[in-house]
Each structure stands twice: as C-alpha cells, then as structure tokens.
Design a binder for this molecule. Structure first.
Ligand code: NAD
Length: 397
C-alpha cells in the first residue's frame, strides 16, 4: 500500500462486478416471474363483480351458523368473503372451508372487527359484494343480562356500521340474522311474524333495535332486505366437516345442546335444568329447535327471493315446541349416556314457552324444515363433538 494513493485490488473489483450482475439478473428473473403469474395486473376476483357469480359477505363466518352458511354458499358455487374478529368463532372452521374450496376466487377470510367503521369501510371499498349475510354477533341471553352494553354495542351499533357501509358502497341485498328473542314472552302461541315484539332481555332488545334500524333505512332505499328470526338452532353438518365449538369460558352461558354434550363427555358434572315451575306441561321451558342445515337452507332461499325495495320478515322454526325434559331425553338417546340432571331455579331473562308459526316462510319462500329431528340432529352433532374433543383447537391468526 502506498500512502496518499487509492489502490483497488483488481481481483476484488471483478468480484463486486459479478455480484452486481448476479443481483440484477435475479431482479429481472423475479419481475419476469411476477409478470407471468396469472394474477399479475388483474385485480383480485373478490374485487370485481362477475356475471353469474354472487359474492356474499358472511359476517361471523367463523362461528357456528355462519360457517355452515358459508359451506352451503360455496357448495352452491357462490363466492364468499368471511369477516370475523374470532372473538367467539374458530379459525379452524375457516380452514376446513379453505381446504374444501382452495380454488382462487372462492373463499377469502378477513380478520376484522365490525365495531371498527374504518376497517369495515376499507373491506367494502376493496371488495365487490353482491349481498351480505350478517351473522356476526354475541348471542347469549344470560350473558346479555350481565353485560348489556356489550350486546347493544356488538349487535345494534355494529349492524349500523355494516348498513352504512352497504349504503355507501351500493351493496343492495341484506339477509339479517335475527331471533325469536325479539318477541319476548307473547301471550299467544304459536308466534307469527305479526306477533308484537316485546323483548325481555338485552339480547332480544339489541336485535329488535337492529331490525328497526334496518327497516327505517329500508323505507327510503331500494335495498332487498330479508330478516330471519331464528328459533333455537341445533345440529351440525351431516357430513361431519363442521360443528359447534363455543369457547370454554362461554360454557356457563351456553345453549342446551352444548350443555348436554359437555355433560355426556364428563366435562361438567351433569346437566343443570333451570326452571321446573313454568306454566308448561312438564314445568320445563318449551322451545322450537331448528337444525342448522334447515336454517342455512332458509338463508339460501331468502337470498334467491330477495327483491330490490322489498322487505321479508320470516320466522325460521319447525312450528313444534319441545320441552327441556324432552330435549334431555333425546340427548341421552343420541349420546348413549345416562346424563345426570340437576333441577335448579329459573335463569333470569328466560321465558316459558316459545314456538313458531312457520307458515309465512313456507308460503312465500317455499321453505320448511326438512332435516330437523331432535334425536337425529343431536346424534349428528354428537358425532362431531366426539371426534373434536378440543373443538377446532386454538384460534390464532
Ligand atoms: N345459535 C342460535 O341458536 C341462534 C338463535 C337465534 C339467532 N342467532 C343469531 O345467529 C347469529 C350467529 O350465531 P351463532 O350461534 O353462530 O354464534 P357464534 O358465536 O358461533 O358466531 C358468531 C360469530 O360472530 C363473530 N363476531 C362477533 N362479534 C364480532 C365483531 N364485532 N366483528 C366480527 N366478528 C364478530 C364471532 O367471532 C363468531 O365467529 C347471531 O347473530 C345470533 O344472534 C343464533
């Protein structure tokens, strides 16, 4: 090395040149591969409308009913976007659907909270939806009496967020998941769609408010609206691909089928029947149980029949009330386990007897429960439960 003079080793210099040339070739290769990829330059299939393809936004599609609805929509060749914050649903259910329908443009999952209007607006601006099935909600009567604000926020104000995004982005078909809890405890059975709605718990009140918001908005819009008021949903996919897997921490608020299965599996020390002094034949509450397969069929029929500017409100039930005692008997038969039963005082917010008159949905949508059979529906659900002792496993995004 000579002081005051720059000296570059010629061997090193040619090594640097080779690296530059190599890097440039690599960049060119990448650009060529990206250009050759089928999706280059063309927008995502989810972001454009396609003739003959109905793109349905399924909110809450990682949950029990939403995942079954998504499966049916995909089977019927629809395009599905699931939006869910996984607060209650399972990523495992979405993965089952993704494995069944891996082709591009069939199913996408977006992790988002419907309580975040900016996020919801972004989803609507980036996707071309033809219809929305709005399932996402917290949905436990007991929990709603303990934490009412959560229910008004999650159900009522999130529905407003979804509706505003639909209006802004001209998405004109809404199928809304409502509930028989909006009727409260009517004097007359069966419940028709004309039965006055006097909900008696925050869950039912929040859903009724959401219905009112939708109906008020509808008066000055050409949106096609279908409001489906479900009765008590049971069962799971007859082919065993999906099931009902609520979070363990929600078990105490849970529904009767989950409680029966937990007792049959020995997770809980028997079944607690709350209330034996109702004014019913055997003193236990009466409900109208509807299989999830029938329920999603009602959604498909509602989607087919939805007309711009029209609104349809329908009870979705069998029209037949079954007592909790009858349910427990069917559950014992379906599981083959002689479940221990404890009889306890009434639960706040529960009502004695609820069953539907489903004649309007038969008349107008040509829908009736074809699949629901208490024992058979429970047997199908029990099969899934036994094969999925940890549900879908942990949900991590
Ligand atoms: N299960 C029933 O018996 C029954 C009866 C009547 C009505 N319904 C209605 O049906 C719908 C679905 O109920 P389900 O039994 O499948 O409940 P679920 O808890 O299994 O599913 C609800 C889904 O919504 C998601 N969700 C909740 N809040 C959200 C938010 N802020 N943003 C995004 N995702 C959110 C949850 O993560 C979950 O995946 C609800 O609207 C419920 O009120 C259910």
């Amino acid at each position: 090395m000579f002081a005051g003079m720059d000296y570059v080793d010629p061997v090193k210099k040619s090594g640097v040149k080779r690296k530059i040339v190599f890097a440039a070739c690599l960049v060119m290769l990448c650009i060529t591969m990206i250009k050759l990829s089928p999706s280059f330059g063309s927008p995502s299939p989810f972001s454009r409308h396609e003739a003959g393809v109905t793109h349905v936004l399924v909110t809450g599609g990682a949950g029990y009913i939403g995942s079954h609805a998504a499966l049916r929509l995909l089977r019927d060749s629809h395009r599905v976007t699931i939006v869910d914050n996984l607060s209650r649903g399972n990523l495992g259910a979405v993965k089952v659907l993704q494995n069944l329908f891996p082709e591009p443009g069939r199913l996408q999952f977006i992790y988002a909270d419907l309580g975040d209007p900016k996020a919801v607006n972004k989803i609507f601006s980036e996707n071309a939806f033809d219809a929305v099935m709005h399932f996402a909600a917290v949905a436990y009567v007991g929990e709603s009496t303990l934490d009412p604000l959560k229910y008004y926020h999650n159900i009522t104000s999130n529905t407003l967020v979804v509706l505003e995004a639909m209006a802004t982005h001209n998405v004109n078909t809404l199928i809304y998941s409502s509930t028989c809890a909006t009727y409260g405890e009517p004097d007359k059975m069966p419940i028709t769609e004309e039965t006055p709605q006097h909900p008696i718990n925050p869950y039912g009140k929040a859903k009724k408010m959401a219905e009112d918001i939708i109906l008020d908005f509808h008066k000055n819009s050409d949106m096609a609206v279908m409001i489906l008021r479900y009765f008590n949903v049971i069962g799971s996919d007859p082919d065993g691909r999906l099931g009902e897997a609520p979070r363990p921490e929600l078990r105490e608020h849970g529904r009767i089928s989950g409680a029966c299965f937990d007792a049959a599996r020995g997770i809980t020390n028997g079944l607690k029947v709350r209330g034996t002094d109702y004014k019913t034949a055997d003193g236990t509450c009466i409900r109208d149980y509807i299989d999830v397969t029938d329920l999603v069929d009602a959604h498909v029929k509602a989607l087919e029949k939805a007309q711009p500017g029209e609104v349809g409100i329908y009870n979705v039930g069998t029209g037949r009330g079954r007592s909790v005692n009858e349910f427990v008997k069917a559950c014992k038969m379906a599981t083959g386990v002689n479940i221990k039963v404890d009889f306890l005082p009434r639960r706040p917010g529960d009502y004695a007897e609820v069953f539907s008159d489903p004649s309007k949905i038969l008349r107008e949508l040509n829908w009736s429960a074809q699949y629901t059979d208490l024992e058979k529906s429970l047997r199908v659900a029990w099969r899934w439960q036994k094969l999925h002792l940890n549900g879908y496993g942990p949900s991590k995004v």
